[in-house]
Design a protein around this ligand. Sequence first.
Ligand code: SF4
Length: 199
Amino acid sequence: MTQVPGPPPANQLLIGLARLGQAVRMEAWRNAGPHNLSPLQADIVTLLQSKPRPVRQGEIVEALASTPPTVSDAVKVLRKKELLEATRDPGDARAQLLGLTEAGRAEAGRLTAQSETLTGALGALSGPDFAAMLRGTTTLMRELQDRRAIPVSQMCLTCRFFVPRAHPEETGRPHHCNYVDAPFGDAELRVSCPDHETA
Ligand code: SF4
C-alpha cells in the first residue's frame, strides 16, 4: 500500500493542537476589554464570579492549574485595577480571602459572553465529533498531568465523584457524577469544575 508522505500523524496532531491553543489565546487578548486584562487576569475574574464566596489565592492556583508566583502577580494587578479586593480570612488571621469588587462583577459579566469566533467555530463540530474531541482532550490532559508536564486541573477524570462507564454505553450517558448523582456522556465531561474534589 502507498504510504501517505510527510511527517508522522502524531506531529500533525500536535501542530493542530498548537494552532488551536494559539487561536484561543489570541481571542483572549482581543477580548482584553476596558481594563486591558491579560488572559490569566480574565480567567481569575471569571473564576471568582463562579464562586459563592471569596477564596484563598491557593484555590485560584489550583483551579486554574497555574503557579503561585504567576497568580500572585495577576492578583496584584487586578487589585490595582480595583476589580478584586482582599479581606481577612476569619478562619486564619494570617490568610486573606479574595473576591470581586462591584467593578469586578461587572467585568465578569462582560467576560462570560463567549467569543463568537470560537463558539461559531465549535458549532461546525457534529455532536459525536464534539464528544470525541472532549474525551480525547481530557485523556491527553490526564496523561500530561500524570507525567507532571502540566499542573493538575479540576477535571472529571481526576475527581472522586467521577464513575466512568457506570451505565450502558447505548444510553449515550455512560458516566456518573456522584456529586449531582446523575449520568452524563463524553460531551459533558468537565475540564474545570467548581465541585471537583481530587480522587
Ligand atoms: S463533581 Fe464535577 S468534576 Fe467531579 S465528576 Fe462531577 S462534574 Fe465531574
